[in-house]
Design a protein around this ligand. Structure first.
Ligand SMILES: Nc1ncnc2c1ncn2[C@@H]1O[C@H](COP(=O)(O)OP(=O)(O)OP(=O)(O)O)[C@@H](O)[C@H]1O
Ligand SMILES: [Mg+2]
Length: 222
């Protein structure tokens, strides 16, 4: 499902070149739950952004579901991302002017592969499933941070992605909410077979993964 070969990323800064990720080789088979752990600044988000088609590697390749993500044109990559990859960021990043139902539906509306009523039914179903059935018409500012995170998960799932990338999806939330949100992500992984790559600082959580990838200074440590 996911294959990184010698994937690297460096940034040119005023202090010189910062090497955020160096030559990462990574294989995650379809359907697996993989956890990425490592200290702050070790390169986890940088790696996720390269996998998710959001940040171009300085070197190496990233293949998702048999497609070399960074060989696609920009438009083709956007379409590919929309269809195949769900991304849950550290902060919910919902659009404040859209109702929750429309936030969730948005990626499907952009992809335009299904009729609008079907998209809305699916968005409503996802919100129900994530315990937000009463809030379809609410705006992001009217719900809590934990609820916003759930909406972001629903949005990531709307196109039924083959690969779900979650970068610390429960940071800053209380323990109980973290457990509930993680249960949802794991249920999607188990029941739908969605490949799940999760960045977490929670080692107990990482222990539940079938594969643990430990990153230090931009490289995988064995
Ligand atoms: N846009 C950028 N420009 C310059 N340096 C950057 C940029 N983004 C990240 N870095 C540097 O790359 C390194 C890796 O950052 P990254 O965000 O990937 O770490 P992380 O493992 O996700 O950390 P955290 O656990 O705090 O989220 C850090 O040293 C960071 O300062
Ligand atoms: Mg990060």
């Amino acid at each position: 499902m996911l294959v990184c070969r010698q994937a690297s990323k460096s940034y040119a800064t005023e202090r010189g070149v910062v090497s955020a990720v160096t030559a990462i080789d990574l294989d995650v088979p379809a359907g697996r739950f993989a956890a990425i752990i490592g200290r702050s600044g070790s390169g986890k988000s940088t790696l996720m952004a390269m996998i998710g088609g959001l940040s171009r590697p300085s070197g190496g390749t990233v293949e998702v579901d048999g497609t070399d993500v960074w060989r696609l044109s920009e438009n083709a990559r956007a379409a590919f991302r929309n269809e195949k990859i769900g991304y849950v960021f550290q902060f919910a990043s919902l659009l404040p002017t859209l109702r929750l139902i429309d936030n969730v539906a948005l990626p499907a509306m952009l992809g335009r592969r299904r009729p609008v009523p079907e998209i809305h039914t699916r968005a409503a179903g996802l919100l129900e499933r994530l315990g937000l059935g009463a809030y379809f018409d609410a705006y992001p500012s009217e719900i809590s941070a934990g609820e916003q995170r759930r909406v972001a998960i629903a949005r990531a799932l709307i196109n039924d992605p083959a690969l779900l990338l979650a970068d610390e999806p429960t940071s800053d939330l209380d323990e109980q909410t973290e457990i509930e949100i993680m249960d949802e992500l794991l249920a999607v992984n188990r029941e739908v077979g969605t490949t799940l790559v999760l960045v977490t600082h929670n080692l107990a959580l990482a222990d539940q993964a079938e594969q643990i990838v430990h990153i230090a200074n931009g490289a995988i440590v064995a």
